[in-house]
Write a protein that binds this ligand. Structure first.
Ligand code: PXP
Length: 243
């Protein structure tokens, strides 16, 4: 089955925030991405609000017709916001103010009780929950324990190894993600993946049996600068179809 595409529109907001004006609008980008055939929109409301703003999430909720995947750090403020906005899915991610992008998976195994409460609140408000984790056995088991319905495996290490041409590391990461996909599915978890995926490196991840959806942002937004959002999304979907 062809893997689905969730388009992350954070970096349209990054361009807007460079000037703190109204354009370009991530909501417009999301609507074009949907018209181009993507299966969902993702956005990360960071605590420092460096790109996506509260207003973007509220407008996305009111306009897009696929599904809204809101990425947040597990804090009370973000929990309240998510309950209020009602995205289709919340993905819990770790956050560190100094990082340029999400640097690693959430250590779910280290915070079982705290995260289980968080997941319970979201689920009782009809919001499905995913956790962004490393492809490791203890993290998959922990995701199951806290009651998440989805996991999103971090492909960041794979992408870095691919860029460096470290083929052994590339193979190791692909095997880890493939093995952990099997384990996650055995536990009844649904599997997504993302971080650092682009037009050159996506095929091997898209070909892993059992991964339902890839969340891709930077490479699509970067390409959209040259060819437009519609074409950038369609080109990515073509690659996914051929993988
Ligand atoms: N998945 C998660 C959990 C993320 O935090 C991000 C980046 O915000 C992405 C996917 C998309 O990563 P990229 O922008 O590198 O495609």
């Amino acid at each position: 089955m062809t893997v689905k595409l969730g388009v992350n529109v954070d970096h349209i907001a990054t361009i807007r925030e460079a000037r703190k004006i109204r354009e370009p609008d991530p909501v417009t980008a999301a609507l074009i991405a949907e018209l181009a055939g993507c299966n969902g929109i993702t956005a990360h409301l960071r605590e420092d609000k460096r790109h996506i703003q509260d207003r973007d999430i509220r407008l996305l909720r009111g306009t897009i017709t696929t599904k809204l995947n809101l990425k947040i750090a597990p804090t009370n403020e973000m929990l309240q916001f998510a309950v209020n906005v009602q995205p289709d899915l919340v993905t819990l991610v770790p956050e560190n103010r100094q990082e340029i992008t999400t640097e690693g998976g959430l250590n779910v195994a280290a915070k079982i009780d705290e995260l289980a409460k968080f997941v319970m609140t979201l689920k009782s408000n009809d919001i499905a929950v995913s956790v962004f984790i490393e492809p490791e056995t203890e993290q998959v088991k922990a995701a199951k324990k806290i009651g998440a319905s989805f996991v999103e495996f971090n492909t960041g290490k794979y992408a870095t190894a691919f860029d460096l041409g470290s083929m052994q590391e590339v193979d190791r990461e692909i095997s880890a993600i493939a093995d952990m996909t099997v384990l996650a599915k055995k536990y009844g978890l649904r599997v997504f993946a993302g971080q650092g995926l682009n037009y050159r490196n996506v095929s091997a991840i898209a070909a892993i049996e059992g991964i339902e959806e890839l969340n891709i942002g930077h490479s699509i937004v970067g390409r959209s600068v040259f060819v437009g959002m519609e074409k950038a999304v369609k080109e990515m979907i073509d690659i996914l179809h051929r993988s």
